[in-house]
Ligand binder design. Structure first.
Ligand SMILES: Nc1nc2c(ncn2[C@@H]2O[C@H](COP(=O)(O)OP(=O)(O)OP(=O)(O)O)[C@@H](O)[C@H]2O)c(=O)[nH]1
Ligand SMILES: [Mg+2]
Length: 219
């Protein structure tokens, strides 16, 4: 398991660095998804199921960012996807320079679809562009339908919202219609897919979205 220690990049404009990285990835034909959520919302589980479903169609790689540990990268590697763990030197986000270092270490030769599993929290990752083709966030049912009110920037900067752990809907007071209404008020263009990575319910629509976007990205 390859693990690299990252340090804060000194940059005048993270947005500019992110735009340059995005263009380079487009040239290479790599569709790159920045996956963000609170800690424990289900990022690694969602990625594992997505990889299992799509690994015969696309060559997939995952950059796992954490403050400590290698558990997530190991889970991804066990599925046969290329994976690298990066440690963020205590920081609660990835910026474009850090993402570039991670991707360069991991290698993107012969990759169609790359994911960044960002650090688990709903605040800092929303503030730093990473160079991703698209930002995807997860809100899981146990977290509650009021999160768009508390963390609006995350919902505003995301292209897709995955409402996960829908199999637990009966145990929690989660009003999905009210949640989507709140999200669309913040971001009318966001695509919303309710899914359960445990039962597989709803995964097809999310995966169809990926298929469509990868095709468009490579054109
Ligand atoms: N019931 C249910 N549990 C889920 C689902 N997805 C994930 N979980 C559980 O939620 C817990 C956290 O899942 P992870 O995939 O590790 O979450 P994460 O966002 O990667 O966590 P961090 O990387 O620590 O931020 C685990 O116990 C999973 O089994 C789901 O769709 N339904
Ligand atoms: Mg994880």
């Amino acid at each position: 398991m390859k693990v690299i220690e990252l340090h804060r990049t000194v940059t005048e404009s993270n947005d500019r660095d992110a735009a340059v990285l995005r263009d380079e990835l487009k040239e290479k034909g790599v569709f790159f998804v920045n996956l963000m959520s609170a800690a424990g919302s289900g990022k690694t589980t969602l990625l594992s199921r997505t990889i299992a479903d799509l690994k015969d169609e696309f060559r997939i790689a995952v950059l796992e960012a954490d403050i400590e540990a290698e558990v997530d990268a190991r889970k991804i590697e066990e599925l046969g996807a290329r994976s690298i763990q990066v440690h963020t030197d205590g920081m609660c986000h990835m910026d474009a320079g850090m993402t570039r270092q991670g991707l360069e270490e991991m290698g993107l030769e012969e990759i169609d679809l790359a994911f960044l599993e960002n650090i688990g929290n709903l605040i800092c990752p929303a503030e730093f562009a990473t160079g991703a083709s698209k930002n995807v966030m997860i809100l899981s049912v146990p977290e509650g339908d009021d999160k768009p009110l508390k963390y609006p920037l995350m919902f505003q900067t995301s292209d897709v919202l995955l409402i996960t752990k829908t199999d637990t809907m009966n145990f929690f007071n989660f009003d999905i219609d009210r949640c989507i209404e709140r999200v669309r008020y913040l971001n009318p263009k966001i695509e919303v897919f309710p899914v359960s990575a445990k039962t597989g319910e709803g995964m097809e629509k999310w995966e169809d979205w990926l298929r469509k976007e990868i095709k468009a990205w490579k054109e």
